[in-house]
Design a protein around this ligand. Structure first.
Ligand SMILES: Cc1cc2nc3c(=O)[nH]c(=O)nc-3n(C[C@H](O)[C@H](O)[C@H](O)COP(=O)(O)OP(=O)(O)OC[C@H]3O[C@@H](n4cnc5c(N)ncnc54)[C@H](O)[C@@H]3O)c2cc1C
Length: 340
């Protein structure tokens, strides 16, 4: 069980910045995100695209913004728990008990929901057997590439993830890349490498095919693929990997008794508290009159929510407003040694 002052749901730009705001005022935070990487939409949807409306930064990519936000919270040693979805939230005396999909338990007087448009989840294989074999022969990401060594692997998808992993795994596995169209969506260079490997006999490519069924008792033994004319083919395989992109799901957030308005959480703009005391919502997931789904709005919301968390985390102390330029305690927390 992990005790903390604030549990932040979501490691997108807004969740990260709220951890900085909490750290500055001396509150400890833990962050949980369903994704395998930090940065939310910025890193998952547009890492290379330039952003032009972050105050004081004329231009930066989603990736650079994420790197800078991570750098900014370094002094606070905030733990970020990736690949875990917050499942359950319940009240325990004056605290909230938060349980993740991996069974990790957090106890905190405050929760900041910075869940964006919900948790990103992989689009899954459209055949019923895929659920039975999920994480046991059917995968949607590569956690450890060594697992696939010397195995027969069928990779589905037409984008960069499918192509990149087909190229990488073909170094040490028997790989077949399968896509429902003849053209791949991935970058030209990656497609060229895959085609070259196919010519050299190091990788097989089958198009236009889609999965039709999966066979096996305790583990995957074979799959059948079908083309648009109904022509089918059976392939013996140890595992299948699907890279069909991500979908966004509000997911378990809808089950926590919070008021919802069209899949968003209404908040009080004084402190960004929801209808539950000690639960705050900031960033794309919150709604109020005039809400703008911009990163800069989320930063402001995080600053106010962080101050409101102080009341529940330090009930016997009074919060004092200070500037980072002049506050000695903030400098200490940031690890800054001032000579004057
Ligand atoms: C293509 C594109 C371009 C954009 N350009 C700009 C721009 O130029 N300027 C601008 O200001 N904004 C831009 N935006 C919008 C901006 O990216 C969002 O406003 C911002 O990402 C919102 O940040 P957030 O932290 O609230 O949510 P997100 O970035 O969506 O992050 C939320 C995180 O919460 C996680 N999560 C959700 N539910 C759970 C759960 N139950 N358990 C664990 N984790 C969970 C998700 O996995 C996700 O990582 C753009 C968006 C897109 C798609």
């Amino acid at each position: 069980m992990i005790k903390t002052d604030v549990l932040i749901i979501g490691a997108g730009p807004v969740g990260l910045f709220s951890a900085q705001q909490l750290g500055l005022i001396g509150l400890k935070a833990e962050i949980v995100d369903n994704l395998d990487k930090i940065g939310g939409q910025c890193i998952e949807l547009y890492p290379d695209k330039p952003i032009y409306d972050i105050p004081g930064i004329p231009e930066c990519t989603g990736e650079i913004l994420t790197k800078n936000l991570i750098e900014q919270i370094k002094p606070f040693k905030t733990n970020i728990h990736l690949n875990e979805r917050v499942q359950e939230v319940s009240k325990e005396n004056k605290n909230w008990k938060i349980v993740t999909s991996k069974g990790k338990i957090f106890v905190a007087p405050n929760i900041i929901i910075a869940g964006g448009v919900g948790s990103f989840e992989p689009r899954k294989f459209p055949v019923k057997e895929s659920e039975k074999f999920e994480n046991n022969g059917v995968y949607y990401s590569v956690k450890d590439k060594n697992y696939f060594k010397n195995k027969k692997v069928c990779i589905f998808g037409g984008g960069d993830s499918a192509l990149d992993w087909a190229i990488e795994l073909s170094n040490f596995a028997e790989v077949i890349l399968i896509h429902r169209r003849n053209e791949f969506r991935g970058t030209g260079h990656t497609v060229e490498i895959a085609k070259k490997l196919e010519k050299e006999g190091k990788l097989k490519i089958k198009t236009p095919f889609q999965i039709d069924s999966i066979e096996g008792q305790n583990k995957v033994k074979a799959i059948t693929i079908k083309d648009d004319d109904g022509k089918s083919e059976k392939i013996a395989t140890d595992c299948i990997l699907g890279f069909f992109g991500l979908i966004m799901k509000l997911g378990p957030i809808a089950e926590w008794g919070l008021n919802l308005e069209k899949k968003h959480i209404p908040v009080n703009t004084e402190n960004f508290q929801t209808n539950k005391e000690g639960i705050f919502a900031i960033g794309d997931i919150c709604t109020y009159p005039g809400k703008l789904k911009l990163i800069l709005s989320g930063f402001h919301e995080g600053a106010l929510a962080a101050r409101a968390c102080f009341k529940f985390a330090r009930p016997n102390e009074k919060y004092r407003f200070e500037f980072t330029t002049t506050s000695k305690s903030m400098h200490e927390r940031l690890g800054i040694k001032k000579s004057d």
